[in-house]
Design a protein around this ligand. Sequence first.
Ligand SMILES: C[S@@+](CC[C@H](N)C(=O)[O-])C[C@H]1O[C@@H](n2cnc3c(N)ncnc32)[C@H](O)[C@@H]1O
Length: 402
Amino acid sequence: MTRGGPGSTSALPAPGPDAEAHGRRVDAALHARLEVAGGWLPFADYMRCALYEPGLGYYSAGAAKFGPAGDFVTAPEISGLFAEVFAGQFAAVLAGLGGGSVLELGPGTGRFAATALAAWPAHGPLPDEYLLLEVSGDLRERQQRQVAVAAGAAAPRARWLEALPPRFAGVVFANEVLDALPCERFVLRAGEPWRLGVGACGAGFAWSERRPDGSHAGDQAFVEATRELPLAGLPDGYRGEFHPGLAAWIRALADGLQRGVVMLVDYGLPRSHYYHPQREAGTLRCHYRHLAHDDPFSYPGLTDITAWVDFTAVAEAAVAAGLDVAGFTTQAAFLLGAGIDARFAAAHEAAASEAARVRLAHGARQLLLPGEMGEAIKVMVLARDCEVPLPGLLIQDLRDSL
Ligand SMILES: C[S@@+](CC[C@H](N)C(=O)[O-])C[C@H]1O[C@@H](n2cnc3c(N)ncnc32)[C@H](O)[C@@H]1O
């Protein structure tokens, strides 16, 4: 199950005894947090704890997460074509800049980094360094093992960081990281956005809505953020999300970027489609054992929680931070422009068996088809002092939709 798919109505399978015990510890941490907060938590605080609380959160503890034994798959796990094609675009940027490094944010299992590094020599000289920044200690260890085993002779270029570098030139890359940032939720009541947060419900949790009347921390910021959103005309009870940490996240990247590009790949839409009557339940999705649903209170700590990205907000934050929006397109258009067809043909020719050819074709379909990842996932390229024309941006330019 990919992370942007429609929800499922199937019953969720019960976790095994270890996972269940872990889930109880996460529940206890969340209840303790709720108590300290006076019985009501902003959804972003709940999501941050459920995903990133050290030693407990979904991304911070040892769950499998990615791949068949986990809860979902992402593009680099589906097909090596994804990272191989992106590596060609990274190499083109670095050639235009006359050198530089790659900085990958949220590298997951490390499969993208390992595949891109292994494929790189076909595209040009290696990057000075391939830097990886991960908030989860558990994932960082997996990334180190994966790169050591699968990146080939380029593996020594990889280096893990604890924080963003203060100065950087080259390519910053993040696949499905923005949709994992904690989001706030709202519900429309008589045309006014109310805060949709979390309250206790017996041993579990439930949605709890309240008018932002200034009595809770963050009410003022919530009112200011939602004032900017195009919510007029949306029906009563409409639910939606926004990412309160997004602008600061982009600014932190922009502050360190001396020259080069930021490539953001994620499930998302321009704002006019993001807040739309067709999406009256919002874009929040949870993933558990390859089932997608919309209940973040089911197995917290054992479940991935995501919300699609408002790419207009990304573009606004980037421009405010002094970056240019150099491109915005679908994943399918980007990969086709960047030559996935030639890469596919070469890999097909070289495949050792019919089974490998079938797997290759299946992966390419998942990356490209509109009903799979091809259109739901977008690629946004932000640039500073970097004019390199990227083939991935030549087929389709969606910047007018932002
Ligand atoms: C859905 S996974 C995507 C992983 C990988 N990029 C892929 O495509 O398979 C989200 C990743 O972002 C990481 N992450 C979340 N917030 C982050 C942040 N502020 N900075 C860096 N990484 C972050 C998570 O720990 C996880 O590795």
